[in-house]
Design a protein around this ligand. Structure first.
Ligand code: UDP
Ligand code: MG
Length: 319
């Protein structure tokens, strides 16, 4: 019998976790020719998520839980889950029931049709503020314009993958992970299945505007160096304009002598160039900070407790 691992990142999900387990179990218990296993990853929750997990794991043998030493972020939690998965297939899904477990049979069907991956895609953005939807759309446009890795609009981190694809994903061991891009980067055939976005009913979302903005910058810088080309392009164009301006000024000065006024021109040039230089250094800085963090080669997560049988002693800092 083939096995499927359900990887579920959880951060402060005490209210919803047992409901999630019940709802998902109802669906997977109906599927007879696959064996399911849960990998619940507690991403350093500050509430009783871990207690709920331990309690569930003590009652149900098909649950493995990993608990981080602090909050490492959803990307790290997903990575840890994938790293500890051993099933023939892996499904990644959120704990907040925004990813309907009722889609699992459709996903399995897609895999049986021969796809390497079946991913859910939101067909609407109900329950999301219009501002967030607007910026989200702009992000996809900008990012797809600049990068060779095209990200699917409305794609969510709810997908079923073959072992082979999971192994490919794990080969990308960068510390600053951007899964939406990584899933696309590894390639393979993906079947998209649309679903109606459901509002979160229990618990709260972990995103705010600033974290989404940083996420967008991460997305662009992880998969594209177009901003760097933009900086050199901008420098080139400005140099040409400056050169033409110098020639014109020189000719003017030679023919008509020095005209003293020039305050406005000087001021504009200094401020404009100052702005452009600061902006360009900022873009370089974004990339350098990422190189810096990558070269440190720190672990992506640290497991504090888990019910893994063969857990390695103190060096649970898988990498
Ligand atoms: N999550 C996590 N670590 C974090 C933030 C979120 O593991 O630092 C988990 C969270 O518990 C949930 C999933 O990632 O299972 C999606 O989070 P959320 O619902 O807040 O995001 P949204 O659905 O609004 O994109
Ligand atoms: Mg959610």
């Amino acid at each position: 019998m083939k096995t499927i691992d359900l990887v579920v990142p959880c951060y402060n999900e005490e209210e919803v976790l047992s409901v999630f387990y019940e709802e998902t179990s109802k669906v997977v218990n109906q599927i007879s020719n696959y064996q399911f296993h849960y990998i619940l990853v507690d991403d350093g929750s500050r509430d009783k998520t871990l207690t709920v997990m331990q309690e569930l794991a003590s009652r149900h043998s098909e649950i493995t839980y990993l608990s981080f030493s602090r909050n490492f972020g959803k990307e790290s939690a997903m990575y840890a889950g994938l790293k500890h998965s051993i099933g023939d297939y892996v499904i990644v899904m959120d704990a907040d029931l925004q990813h309907p477990p009722t889609m699992i049979p459709d996903m399995i069907q897609g895999i049986e049709e021969g796809y390497d991956c079946v991913a859910a895609r939101r067909s609407n953005r109900n329950g999301e503020s219009p501002i967030r939807s607007f910026f989200s759309r702009q992000f996809y446009k900008l990012s797809n314009h600049m990068s060779d890795v095209k990200m699917a609009y409305g794609a969510v981190d709810f997908r079923m993958m073959t072992r082979q694809m999971v192994d490919s994903i794990l080969e990308l061991s960068e510390v600053q992970r951007f899964s939406k891009g990584i899933f696309m980067w590894v390639g393979y055939n993906t079947k998209w299945i649309p679903y109606e976005n459901v509002e979160r009913t229990l618990g709260t979302t972990k995103w705010n505007f600033w974290s989404l903005f940083k996420y967008a910058v991460d997305g662009i810088t992880s998969f594209s160096v177009a901003p760097l080309h933009m900086v050199s392009g901008m420098g080139f164009i400005i140099s040409i304009i400056a050169f033409i301006y110098i020639i014109v000024t020189l000719i003017q000065t030679l023919c008509f002598g020095i005209a003293v006024p020039g305050y406005v021109t000087t001021l504009c040039a200094v401020l404009f160039l100052g702005g452009i230089i600061e902006f360009s250094i900022g873009i370089l800085g974004e990339y350098i900070s990422r190189i810096y963090m990558e070269t440190k080669d720190r672990p992506i997560y640290i497991i504090k407790t888990s019910n893994l049988k063969e857990i390695k002693k103190s060096s649970e800092q898988d990498k």
